[in-house]
Design a protein around this ligand. Structure first.
Ligand SMILES: Nc1ncnc2c1ncn2[C@@H]1O[C@H](COP(=O)(O)OP(=O)(O)O)[C@@H](O)[C@H]1O
Ligand SMILES: [Mg+2]
Length: 163
């Protein structure tokens, strides 16, 4: 577990960009946190890091947006779904293809991919502050998180917590 504190939406985009630059085919990023916590904002940065040239918007109504970058990016927002609908829609077909980013991954229930990078965004003490918690499952996502921590060690982040 690792925590980063970001103090602006721009810092969250930067954090996402650093992650996006490190991503490899098959990586799965799960983003939890309430409405307005910054999940889509972080995804916008991930897209920039993947070399996506178009703006990323929330796929709340369409469930999935696909973007062409250095790798294909599949951006899923499951806010309006229950786990049965996820099953019926075959959304799991996306896992392992390109890079998959999922908002509201709790909705996946039993379909949650075993190996992933889980990112939880929580409001901080200040209005634009977010506490970003990271946890990796599986060796490749653990390696990814380690690389991100190395990159962010040299950052002008306000505060970093964790060993
Ligand atoms: N540190 C921050 N990180 C991310 N978003 C922030 C931050 N501070 C303020 N914001 C604002 O909060 C909102 C987050 O929206 P969004 O990324 O769509 O959240 P979510 O996808 O989690 O519902 C945006 O309006 C953004 O400008
Ligand atoms: Mg969103």
């Amino acid at each position: 577990m690792w925590q980063v504190v970001v103090d602006s939406a721009a810092a969250t985009v930067e954090l996402g960009r650093s992650l996006g630059e490190l991503l490899a085919n098959g990586d799965i990023i799960l983003l939890s946190g309430g409405l307005g916590s910054g999940k889509t904002t972080l995804t916008q940065g991930i897209a920039v890091g993947l070399g996506v040239g178009e703006p990323v918007t929330s796929p709340s109504f369409t469930l999935v947006h696909e973007y062409a970058g250095r790798l294909p990016l599949y951006h899923l927002d499951l806010y309006r779904l229950d786990p049965e609908a996820v099953w019926e829609l075959g959304l799991v077909e996306y896992f392992g293809r390109g890079v998959v980013v999922v908002e509201w991954p709790e909705r996946l229930g039993a379909l949650l991919p075993r190996e992933h990078l889980w990112v939880d965004l929580q409001p901080g003490a200040e209005e634009n502050e977010r506490l970003v918690w990271w946890r990796a499952k599986g060796s490749r996502h653990r390696r990814l998180l380690k690389e991100l921590r190395c990159r962010c060690a040299s950052w002008a982040l306000k505060r970093q917590v964790g060993p």
